[in-house]
Design a protein around this ligand. Structure first.
Ligand code: TEU
Ligand code: CA
Length: 560
């Protein structure tokens, strides 16, 4: 048996604390609220909890603008609450990984406040990326991920500073040894708090290209895409190897890089099996299949995801990393729409079938699966009736830039696109039961609860042995039990690459075989697959098994 690392058999549950459970009646989720549900998570069977940022913040970007890396956001509680959370989690055999956000800080961070104070004789000046104006304009054509330019003019010292995200999120200068060592010291401090690893925010962007060249820009695009010239920069692997030597290699941690712009070849470096950088990475190839054909509109669209390209992308990542690097497996997170709405069908007659089909399709692949809070309930995208319903700056800024300022879209069209792709879809409060605010809070929640909580909630699911929650429990238990899921190879069923309705793949490990057959459509289709009569059906989302027949969103997994 190959030496399996603990994080290769683990299943991760992602918690967006602000929307998980409010315990002190202010409409905002908090750390004590997470403690209230540790037994629920233990019942689900997950191994690791990933907490989105819980540090002191201005909360411009959902906590991804950190003003003190070693203090807890008072909205979420205290450091004593954190200590209790980690003690209670470990007591249940649950590990906790934190969100490491070190491509940028908040502009309220003391490093930035000191950096901006003066240009000369200032050890903090080069903690960030400052440049003179060029012809009285921004130093290059880079756009921010949250609309507008990626540069902010600071009159105090009459220079621009770089912010690939919001202007309240100045980019750190990782070429500065003092920055790297300050980050490594902070990471080692969190090690003393007993954490079990990190998810690393946009870690592929930390090494900027020399001279910060303009980015390619289509004629009708307002700005160049910074990510296209910054991702996988000249020293990113040097810096991660240094992090590994000075921090990661001293702990039995799990690490996952959020590597915006990563390719398969780059992933083989970031997530190599020799342990010199990170354990795994999140890629975005399957998250970008339903982007607008007009590059100026980016993710804002309402195109469906074509099965053919989805299958091809997932197959490439399964086959090309096998034996060379480790995959993460995810359908959604706090930045993405809800999987059953985006890749399946959230109509009442199909939602449960589709949610289970998508879960099985992903969880029998090779890699470490991530379950985003509410995914195990089949939670859906929400209904936003007005631009005033959104809280996420990405959505709000995009509406202003594309509708109000540049008239590239009309309001109703943008509202339709936002309903499909706004990050707020993932951030509506967790739906615990059929009670006011779905049991999330007895105070007005910071973001409206999805209206379908009376039907879709944890209490209903936990009490339904045939529901989605218990379907995920079975998938997790099988991953813990069957080496083939962790170690087996992956092949599409011959001929499946051209199938416009069914995604069918096999896994093999020594003499063990699995076949996963998933109907991605609401049509009943006939398909014949040959395998030994001795096969057993591991999971299914219909009560019976009609030979050669796949009903709407039906999934069948056979072992033989
Ligand atoms: O997201 C990085 C990233 O690439 C996002 O721009 C993401 O692709 C986009 O939101 C999808 O539309 C990370 C965090 O996950 C995100 O929540 C933060 O806003 C961002 O970094 C800045 O820290
Ligand atoms: Ca609260």
């Amino acid at each position: 048996m190959t030496d399996i690392k603990w994080w290769q058999k683990a299943v991760v549950y992602q918690i967006y604390p602000k929307s998980f459970q409010d315990s002190n009646h202010d409409g905002i989720g908090d750390l004590k609220g997470i403690i209230e549900h540790l037994d629920y998570l233990k019942l689900l069977g997950v191994d690791v909890l990933w907490l989105n940022p819980i540090y002191k913040t201005r909360d411009i970007d959902g906590g991804y603008d950190i003003s003190d890396y070693q203090a807890i956001n008072p909205d979420f509680g205290t450091m004593a609450d954190f200590d209790l959370l980690i003690q209670q989690a470990h007591q249940r055999g649950l590990k906790i990984i934190m969100d490491l956000v070190v491509n940028h800080t908040s502009d309220y961070h003391e490093w930035f406040q000191k950096s901006r104070a003066q240009k000369e004789n200032n050890v903090y000046r080069d903690y960030y990326i400052w440049r003179d104006p060029v012809d009285d304009h921004e130093p290059n054509n880079w756009g921010s991920a949250f609309s507008g330019p990626a540069w902010q003019y600071d009159p105090v010292t009459q220079q621009y500073y770089l912010h690939i995200f919001a202007k309240e999120q100045p980019d750190l200068n990782w070429d500065n040894t003092n920055v790297r060592n300050a980050v490594f010291d902070m990471m080692n401090w969190w090690a003393t708090k007993g954490i079990d690893g990190f998810r690393m925010d946009v870690i592929s962007l930390i090494s900027k290209p020399k001279n910060l060249p303009d980015a390619p820009k289509a004629a009708n695009e307002l700005y160049g895409k910074a990510g296209s010239v910054v991702a996988n920069g000249p020293h990113v692997h040097d810096y991660l190897r240094e992090m590994n030597q000075k921090v990661l290699s001293h702990h039995n941690w799990m690490t996952v890089g959020e590597t915006s712009g990563v390719t398969i070849d780059e992933a083989k470096k970031y997530a190599n099996l020799d342990g010199s950088e990170l354990n795994m990475v999140f890629h975005f190839k399957h998250m970008g299949l339903d982007r607008n054909v007009n590059p100026a509109l980016g993710k804002w669209c309402d195109q469906p995801v074509p099965l053919k390209t989805l299958r091809s992308v997932l197959t490439d990542w399964q086959q090309q990393l096998h034996g060379q690097a480790w995959n993460s497996l995810y359908w959604n997170n706090h930045d993405q729409p809800r999987v059953v709405s985006r890749f399946g069908n959230d109509a009442p007659e199909y939602r449960v079938y589709a949610a289970k089909m998508l879960a099985a399709l992903l969880h029998f692949m090779q890699g470490t699966p991530y379950i985003y809070q509410g995914e195990e309930l089949g939670m859906t995208n929400a209904t936003f009736r007005s631009s005033a319903d959104f809280r996420d700056l990405e959505s709000i800024n995009a509406y202003h830039e594309l509708v109000d300022k540049n008239n590239l879209l009309d309001g109703p069209t943008m509202l339709r696109y936002l309903n499909r792709h706004s990050r707020d879809n993932a951030r509506t409060p967790m739906q615990w039961r059929d009670a006011p605010n779905a049991g999330f809070s007895d105070h007005q929640p910071w973001l409206a609860v999805n209206e379908n909580y009376p039907e879709i909630n944890a209490e209903n699911e936990v009490n339904d042995p045939n529901g989605i929650f218990h379907f995920y429990r079975r998938l997790i238990a099988l991953r813990h039990k069957l080496p083939i899921i962790t170690l087996g190879d992956y092949c599409l069923v011959p001929g499946n690459e051209n199938d416009d309705a069914v995604f069918a793949y096999t896994r093999q490990y020594e003499t063990d075989h699995l076949m996963v057959i998933a109907n991605f459509t609401q049509e009943t289709v006939q398909r014949h697959y040959a395998f030994p009569e001795s096969k057993t059906r591991l999971v299914q989302n219909y009560p019976d098994d009609l030979a050669d027949t796949l009903r709407p969103y039906e999934v069948k997994v056979y072992q033989y």
